[in-house]
Design a protein around this ligand. Structure first.
Ligand SMILES: [Mg+2]
Length: 228
């Protein structure tokens, strides 16, 4: 039997959950169309349209999350593009405070991301948060996107965790649905994945207004356990 700690495992998504999604929006929805237009000698409008069509075709698949796939597909080195604007990669407010708290209180923290291995490495280098985590995994390694129940089955077989006591925080509804299908019960979403976009008020899942609100949720759960 795996040696489970008493505290629940907290699995975090990376982009839009721990990190500000504004960076990814900037790269994929603003910079890439400009570079694609330059590369293919077309107008920005044509480029935006072409990319939008690709995005529609590949959304929520492993390809969607692969910098290598996009580099080959659009003829622009998307990893180099990300590196060019690396100074824009940012943590969401309260991220370090939350991770410090979880570490001090003995919670195992994991990252499960759809970012591919290269993208993950790049973001971790920029944010220097890797040391907070016990497990860091990319869906590229697993072979399925987090939207698929197979991702969770394979993750669980590689790194066993107590499904019913695990918390999973992710800003994407379809990803949370995949985790729910697998049996994770404590599923939480994010009110404002991108600092440049509006605050979300509706979701099928509880919404974290601030990352640090998770500290309150975990404290309440601990108290319930104590007095049950
Ligand atoms: Mg995300």
């Amino acid at each position: 039997m795996p040696n489970y700690s008493e505290k629940p495992t907290i699995i975090f998504d990376m982009d839009g959950t721990l990190l500000d999604l504004a960076y990814d929006d900037f790269i994929w929805n603003h910079q890439l169309p400009i570079r694609y237009a330059e590369q293919h000698n077309c107008t920005l409008e044509q480029s935006t349209q072409a990319l939008f069509q690709f995005y529609q075709q590949h959304n929520h698949t492993l390809n969607w999350y692969s910098t290598r796939f996009w580099s080959a597909k659009v003829g622009v080195d998307t990893l180099a593009l990300q590196q060019e604007f690396k100074h824009k990669v940012a943590l969401r407010p309260g991220c370090i405070e939350l991770l410090e708290y979880l570490k001090a209180h003995g919670y195992a923290c994991w990252i499960a991301t759809n970012a591919d291995c290269e993208g993950l490495k790049f973001k971790l280098e920029q944010t220097r948060i890797a040391h907070y985590f016990d497990v860091i995994i990319s869906s590229e390694t697993i072979g399925y996107a987090k939207e698929c129940v197979e991702f969770w089955q394979k993750l669980h077989s590689l790194h066993p965790f107590q499904v019913e006591h695990t918390y999973f925080i992710d800003d994407t509804e379809k990803v949370l649905k995949g985790a729910e299908k697998f049996g994770i019960q404590h599923l939480i979403t994010i009110a404002q994945p991108s600092s440049q976009k509006e605050i979300r008020t509706e979701s099928s899942y509880p919404i974290l207004q601030e990352l640090t609100d998770l500290m309150v949720i975990l404290k309440q759960a601990e108290d319930l356990k104590k007095y049950a």
